[in-house]
Design a protein around this ligand. Structure first.
Ligand code: HBI
Length: 96
């Protein structure tokens, strides 16, 4: 059973994820990615999809042309869990 992060754990996680924003409903993390064009955006989504499958943890996301909005929340925990933090860090590593 995966647990929601405590307030202290959330604060520590957010400090390490400065490009992500805490959101409510769902309780999670959000980040907007903007690329040169659709092709680049979709290529990014493909790489995130591979990460998500490997982690068995999947984003809630939308794509409009060169923009990808990602929300990470853990359905099994009913909110923000360590799996979201881990996936956010892995996604950030794709971009750096
Ligand atoms: N992805 N975001 C998210 N939250 C989950 O709870 C989740 C998931 N991907 C797969 C998954 N859970 C499986 O563990 C369950 O569907 C069995």
């Amino acid at each position: 059973m995966i647990a929601r992060l405590t307030e202290e754990e959330r604060a520590a996680a957010l400090a390490r994820l400065p490009l992500w924003t805490a959101v409510a409903d769902p309780d999670g993390l959000s980040r907007r990615f903007t690329f040169a064009d659709f092709n680049a955006a979709f290529g990014f989504m493909t790489r995130v999809a591979i990460l998500a499958e490997k982690a068995d943890h999947h984003p809630e996301w939308s794509n409009v042309y060169n923009r990808v909005d990602i929300v990470l929340t853990t359905h099994d925990a009913g909110g923000l869990s360590q799996r979201d933090v881990d996936l956010a860090q892995a996604i950030d590593a794709l971009i750096e």
